[in-house]
Design a binder for this molecule. Structure first.
Ligand code: SF4
Ligand code: SF4
Length: 474
């Protein structure tokens, strides 16, 4: 008898091992039922999402026609809800001191040869100015877990510092936070500090594997970690970002696990995760390459992304520079809605060039292009790079954000915001060549804004920007 209960507050009941195994078995037994798969995909076109069981069935199926249809339905849903805008962000590493023992991460407490550092507020200022000068408006701050080096007060002070810096036309308008699982009280403090999304990767939902991978430190407590999003929601943060590190465990298990987690949040709090990230394991210092070898092959990884797009249509999907230009290019067509650009994954990496000697990177970056190169590439592909942070600043978070997406108003809100923030980027930071291409793309896409009043307003704001004004949003 399964102990599964999607509304339970207990990790082992809302992520039920038995239920995951029975789901995987069901998917395996029904993988040749092509008619059933086709029906699932036809239903999915209504954009109401899929159950984790249906999603697992699609993932298991290796019929070529069904596979092609998975990608075409995913693209259809992505176009409908997200249009062709791709939201840009950058990670900012504040400190790599960490007391945990995660076997796959070079910041683990036992690694004695990685350079440890923690940015002072002055150093944060310099990093943020460097990021603003690239054109970034949205950051995700990253820290290891350390009670004395990285206490919550340090995180809060750093968020204040980041929001306070206004350099030339630059501003960081949304700070997402990726810190270790913490208390409801601390989540309240983060909420009051005005964070965007609280991000915490589960790494793996398999409890035994989780405990093996996290032998020491506070993170070794599976239940405390898995229930963190509940505490974040109880602390008032209604935009939470989930993720697993694909390659740590059997991918099928974690795929079902993350959908179960999404269902738990939706059933309990009326709002699923704001985003899902899809990192795969990368080489890193002091990590055994044979144990963690990026175990999910590309063709399956793409299927995972496409089925996630279909299963949770209202959840943004994030892909970092861990993945190559080629993979990112394919992923944005079938599901990914947010990518990083020009990223440095070491502490202080935006000001100080990373070298062999001073390298404190968390993982090797695959896509090493500058932000301008990524923007240019997106424009060439017909996507609008977006520096938009409007929803959070307009109070459209949690279920208010979800209703906006569900109402299909993205074309009247998201696309115009993408155009206006791209224009800001082009005016202030782009190369001449990128600027010319980007302005042409904006002109071409203006006509696709369905609401006439919105279109006129955007046209006015674009002209205002020529006169030096900035920061327009809907
Ligand atoms: Fe620390 Fe996070 Fe790395 Fe684990 S994954 S060692 S918690 S920084
Ligand atoms: Fe994101 Fe909202 Fe901006 Fe769209 S309008 S890009 S959903 S912040």
């Amino acid at each position: 008898m399964s102990n599964y209960n999607s509304k339970s507050p207990k990790a082992e009941e809302f992520i039920s091992h038995e239920e995951i195994l029975s789901t995987l078995q069901f998917a395996e037994e029904h993988k040749n039922d092509i008619e059933e798969m086709d029906k699932i995909l036809e239903r999915a076109r209504d954009c109401k999402g899929l159950t984790y069981r249906e999603a697992a069935q699609l993932l298991e199926c290796d019929d070529k026609e069904i596979n092609d249809k998975i990608f075409s339905v995913a693209k259809e849903i992505k176009d409908k809800f997200y249009g062709n805008r791709i939201v840009m962000f950058a990670p900012l590493y504040l400190s790599n001191y960490c007391v945990n023992g995660c076997r796959y991460c070079p910041y683990h407490g036992q690694n004695k040869h990685i350079r440890r550092s923690k940015l002072t507020q002055e150093e944060i200022r310099r990093e943020v100015i460097a990021l603003q000068d690239m054109g970034h408006k949205r950051l995700a701050i990253e820290l290891g877990e350390h009670p004395t080096m990285n206490p919550i007060e340090y995180v809060l002070e750093s968020i204040d510092t980041i929001y306070s810096i206004k350099h030339k036309n630059g501003a960081i308008r949304r700070v997402n936070v990726n810190i270790a699982a913490t208390t409801v009280e601390n989540y309240k403090k983060l909420h009051d500090a005005g964070i965007g999304t609280y991000i915490l990767f589960q790494e793996t939902y398999n409890k035994d594997q989780y405990e093996y991978l996290h032998p020491t430190g506070p993170k070794s407590d599976y239940a405390y970690h898995t229930e963190a999003m509940d505490r974040a929601m109880q602390g008032g943060i209604d935009d939470v970002g989930c993720g697993v590190l694909f390659g740590l465990n059997l991918y099928k298990y974690d795929f079902v696990g993350i959908l179960m987690h999404a269902k738990h949040l939706e059933d309990t709090y009326g709002c699923g995760p704001h985003t899902i990230s899809v990192p795969r394991v990368r080489p890193a210092d002091d990590i055994d390459p044979d144990e963690f070898d990026n175990g999910v092959p590309d063709h399956i990884f793409k299927r995972i992304i496409a089925i996630l797009r279909i299963a949770v249509p209202y959840t943004g999907i994030i892909m970092s520079t861990r993945e190559s230009e080629e993979m990112r290019g394919e992923a944005i067509e079938i599901g990914v809605s947010q990518i990083s650009g020009g990223s440095r994954t070491s502490v202080g990496g935006y000001v100080e060039e990373e070298t062999e000697e001073n390298n404190s990177a968390q993982f090797d970056v695959s896509d090493r292009r500058t932000l301008n190169e990524v923007v240019d590439w997106l424009i060439d592909k017909g996507h609008i790079p977006s520096f938009c942070t409007a929803c959070y600043r307009e109070g459209r978070t949690g279920d208010r954000f979800m209703s906006l997406v569900k109402s299909g108003q993205i074309a009247n809100i998201c696309q115009p915001n993408a155009m206006m923030t791209l224009k800001e980027y082009l005016e202030d930071y782009a190369s001449e060549e990128t600027k010319a291409k980007g302005l042409a793309l904006i002109n071409e896409r203006l006509a696709s804004i369905p609401n006439e009043k919105v279109r006129q307003l955007v046209e006015e704001h674009l002209k205002d920007m020529d006169r030096g004004k900035r920061d327009f949003r809907l």
